[in-house]
Design a protein around this ligand. Structure first.
Ligand SMILES: *[C@@H]1O[C@H](CO)[C@@H](O)[C@H](O)[C@H]1NC(C)=O
Ligand SMILES: *[C@@H]1O[C@H](CO)[C@@H](O)[C@H](O)[C@H]1NC(C)=O
Ligand SMILES: *[C@@H]1O[C@H](CO)[C@@H](O)[C@H](O)[C@H]1NC(C)=O
Ligand SMILES: *[C@@H]1O[C@H](CO)[C@@H](O)[C@H](O)[C@H]1NC(C)=O
Length: 481
């Protein structure tokens, strides 16, 4: 039965919420009792904080300094919730994104591991066994305290404390770009929801799901670290540490700032459709990669990710950014092209509107119940039963960073071996497969954080197909006309 999760995610921020329905029902039952109980104590929960705010110890204390020195990777402290039993096996994930002496922080473990391949320095969690336990497991309580353990580690010049799981992959430069848009001297709680509506309904829409990452500004982390132990006793009935943190943040009157590049990845099956139509926001994190198919066909999970990381290295903010265009072909035919930069290019042998191409193709299922939805975004039907309506997909093969002479980056995408073998059926699709061997996407200058706008000035780019000849389709990315 796929409604259980045997992955042993004992230590996650994001507890495996795929427990049986019985557990879910009893959880809701306990929750409603607890809510009834707590609603009689609202006054208590809304009392003003007895500890007045302290001035941030961050070095940037005047507006001028904040503006002149934008937040970068070195201002972020990572606190990864791990355990001696799970983290060593996940070292490969950490190795993909952790840069020794650049990224700062620790993975927090329950005890000394026998071996540890991960490059992230580790620390032992401080005493977590003295709390009341209700719905929460010991590990959920322990992981909720990572924010306090990380804060008291006393790293200097930290503006943001970012928590995640040992199976979370962060894109640290993009995370810094996203956080640089907020004033870290205020109390701010940033993250993302679950992709599966059932998960948000069961937990909370207002909560930053922990596997996708929880970013907490310095002054909020400072308050939380003093308050968290009380919160663990007050909210011991919650199942996961992320929900306890959410409840604790709520006591301070702070609500979630949603950023759509944090990905809890509460989906099952093939993540292709999800990743190939990323919203216009920098890619910040990916989680649950052990629970979805590898990103690239006929590749291991780690190999797939290291390919994606090549594109990330070439133009970090452009990673997975989506654009589309149409290409006029001989005899009045029209193809539609959908680019998820650094990941995949799809060619449909018929016209499709940009809004259709920007809607994720539903190649995946919901997290808890393995259903066709609903998700927190629109989807279009999965791969059409009629093979002639399916796109020909080209996956990233190589990525070259911005060239110093011509100022352009270049990414190359090839057909999967499976596609090469498919051949056969005569329709527009087989024409695409026959005429295009490889797609080369050329982009000028690296993408800039300002291009994502702060709301009103957010504008996607478009692509433009230039037939390169010799089985190569060349695509340029530029302003839509
Ligand atoms: C980040 O910004 C600080 C100034 O606030 C600077 O000293 C430091 O070198 C920068 N680090 C990186 C990695 O750019
Ligand atoms: C990190 O810094 C330490 C101390 O400065 C140094 O010994 C070590 O070699 C550095 N590691 C890397 C990978 O640069
Ligand atoms: C820029 O130069 C690189 C390396 O020489 C080359 O691969 C790429 O195709 C060039 N791009 C353009 C747009 O000329
Ligand atoms: C899968 O990959 C292996 C090793 O890289 C290769 O030998 C094999 O031909 C591939 N098969 C398909 C169907 O792509």
């Amino acid at each position: 039965m796929p409604t259980r999760d045997h992955s042993g995610h004992d230590s996650s921020f994001f507890k495996p919420r795929a427990a049986s329905f019985r557990t879910a029902v009893s959880f809701i039952f306990i929750l409603s009792i607890s809510l009834a109980f707590y609603s009689t104590r609202t006054a208590f929960l809304c009392r003003p904080d007895p500890n007045p705010p302290l001035p941030s110890s961050s070095s940037s204390s005047s507006p001028a300094v904040f503006l002149r020195s934008p937040t970068n990777v070195s201002h972020i402290a990572f606190g990864i919730g791990g355990s001696a039993s799970t983290t060593p096996g996940r070292g490969g994930y950490a190795g993909l994104w952790w840069k020794p002496n650049v990224t700062r922080g620790y993975v927090f473990l329950d005890k000394e591991p026998d071996r540890l391949d991960a490059e992230i320095p580790h620390r032992l969690s401080s005493d977590w066994t003295r709390f009341r336990t209700g719905g929460a497991s010991d590990s959920a309580l322990r992981i909720a305290r990572v924010v306090a353990d990380l804060f008291s580690a006393g790293l200097t010049d930290v503006r943001w404390f970012v928590m995640g799981d040992d199976d979370t992959i962060f894109f640290p430069e993009n995370l810094a770009t996203v956080l640089s848009r907020y004033d870290h001297r205020k109390m701010i709680y940033v993250g993302g929801n679950s992709e599966s509506v059932e998960q948000n309904a069961l937990h909370a829409y207002g909560m930053a799901f922990g596997g996708g990452g929880i970013a907490i500004s310095y002054p909020l982390a400072e308050r939380l670290s003093r308050r968290i132990d009380g919160c663990l006793n007050r909210y011991h009935y919650f199942y996961g540490s992320d929900q306890m943190i959410w409840a604790c943040v709520q006591e301070l009157g702070i609500s979630l700032t949603r950023e759509s590049g944090f990905h809890q990845m509460d989906i099952r099956g093939d993540p292709f459709g999800f990743l190939a139509a990323h919203p216009m926001a920098p890619l910040v994190s990916l989680h649950h990669l052990d629970h979805v198919n590898p990103l690239f066909p006929n590749r291991t999970r780690l190999d797939s990710l290291s390919i994606l990381m090549k594109a990330y290295g070439a133009d970090p903010l452009r990673t997975l950014q989506h654009c589309s265009c149409s290409a006029a072909r001989r005899r009045g035919r029209k193809w539609s092209i959908s680019v998820a930069w650094g990941y995949a290019v799809q060619i449909y042998p018929f016209p499709m509107a940009p809004h259709e191409l920007a809607t994720p193709m539903q190649t995946f299922l919901t997290w808890r119940t393995w259903k066709d939805g609903p998700f927190t975004f629109n989807t279009r039907p999965p791969l059409a039963a009629d093979p002639c309506r399916r796109p020909v997909v080209f996956y990233l093969k190589a990525a070259a960073a911005i060239d110093r002479n011509n100022g352009s980056s270049s990414t190359r995408y090839g057909k999967s071996a499976e596609e090469e073998e498919r051949g056969g059926k005569e329709c527009g699709r087989s024409e695409v497969a026959a005429e295009v061997e490889e797609v080369v996407v050329v982009t000028a200058a690296a993408m800039d954080g300002a291009e994502f706008g702060l709301g009103s000035d957010r504008r996607r780019q478009c692509c433009e197909a230039v037939d390169g000849g010799g089985g190569i389709m060349r695509i340029r990315i530029a302003t839509c006309v």
